[in-house]
Design a protein around this ligand. Structure first.
Ligand SMILES: Nc1nc2c(ncn2[C@@H]2O[C@H](COP(=O)(O)OP(=O)(O)OP(=O)(O)O)[C@@H](O)[C@H]2O)c(=O)[nH]1
Ligand SMILES: [Mg+2]
Length: 309
């Protein structure tokens, strides 16, 4: 007798599966859409650009299909080493996919980074689908114009108009993807929604809270790692995280007056992590000044990024 298989592919009917990458300019709503399609938060979201820094996979099952969404960092003109790593990772994520969803923020339109992405997509061989996002903010006439312009520039199989925020149009997209992906066995167990280890998700959640609370260059100058994760006998968990910043002045801002900023970040993060784990969480945050963390290969390894030389 053999053990039951790890994956729970349905026994009746052909199953479909595949990898679908989402690419687009920073802030287009890629992570929001992945969360909406998966039906749970697997990737952090903020109103700021360059929130996602590495590949995050979110897994949805729809009809007989398992769709593995690859959320990627926004694509923009890189300046720092970290930018280069993020943008290279995004294009790499697209290359690994069976299908690419190209997200355009319909409110912003096709200019700057979005225009540059469409230009570069001409050389990408994978099938491409256009997603006009944020339709809750745009009138239909503008959507039609954007559809025409984008389809002139790139050979898209289909165009979908969605609101990642409200979920409008998202079921049509899932229906399409479930049929469009090739027949094949599922890659993950049916109840798995992400491949991000919990330690890393917990660090991401803290980074989200830091992004929401701190402004200007600080979010971009910081990096968070989970250092320790200890299950305690009373069923709670003790998590220790480090916030790396580049300068002592930044450390002061993260701490805030009498430590109130870091306390607020910690509290918001702790509550969200506890909600996901369904466990009591003790979260300890430490701030370390590490002037050149953006040039330290070890930090890139932790983030799951290749170190650009
Ligand atoms: N009104 C509206 N806002 C949206 C929609 N989708 C995303 N947003 C908002 O757009 C902002 C950016 O969303 P993200 O999902 O973080 O965007 P992203 O493309 O992952 O950004 P990066 O990770 O920085 O590349 C957030 O404030 C979202 O709430 C939408 O359909 N409608
Ligand atoms: Mg994102």
């Amino acid at each position: 007798m053999t053990d039951a298989p790890e994956t729970t592919t349905p026994e009746t009917g052909a199953t479909h599966s595949g990898f679908v990458a989402l690419i687009g300019a920073p802030n287009a709503g890629k992570s929001t859409l992945v969360n909406q399609l998966v039906g749970a938060k697997v990737s952090i979201v903020t109103h700021k650009v360059q929130t996602t820094r590495a590949i995050v996979r979110g897994i949805a099952t729809h009809d007989n299909a398992q769709i593995v969404f690859i959320d990627t960092p926004g694509i923009f003109k890189p300046r720092r080493r970290l930018d280069t790593a993020m943008v290279t990772t995004a294009w790499g994520g697209a290359k690994d996919a069976d299908l690419i969803l190209v997200l355009i923020d319909a409110e912003r339109g096709i200019k700057g980074d979005a225009a540059a992405i469409l230009e570069r997509l001409k050389d990408v061989r994978q099938p491409k689908v256009l997603i006009l996002n944020k339709v809750d903010r745009v009138d239909p006439e503008k959507l039609l114009k954007l559809t025409a312009t984008a389809n002139e520039a790139v050979d898209f199989e289909r165009t979908f108009m969605v609101s990642a925020l409200t979920g409008s149009g998202c079921k049509d997209l899932l229906d399409f993807l479930a049929k469009r992906l090739p027949e094949g066995p599922w890659y993950y167990p049916e109840d798995q929604i992400s491949d991000l280890p919990m330690r890393q998700l917990a660090a991401e959640i803290t980074r989200e809270k830091l992004y929401l609370r701190l402004h200007q260059e600080l979010p971009y100058s910081s990096h968070i790692e989970t250092e320790k994760w200890e299950e305690l006998p009373d069923g709670s968990v003790r998590i220790q995280q480090v916030i790396f910043v580049e300068r002592d002045s930044q450390k002061k801002i993260v701490l805030g007056h009498k430590g109130e900023t870091i306390r607020a970040i910690g509290q918001a993060s702790r509550m969200e992590i506890a909600g996901i784990l369904e466990q009591k969480v003790h979260l300890f945050l430490f701030v370390k000044v590490r002037e050149n963390w953006g040039d330290d290969p070890e930090r890139y390894r932790e983030m799951g990024l290749d170190f650009p030389h």
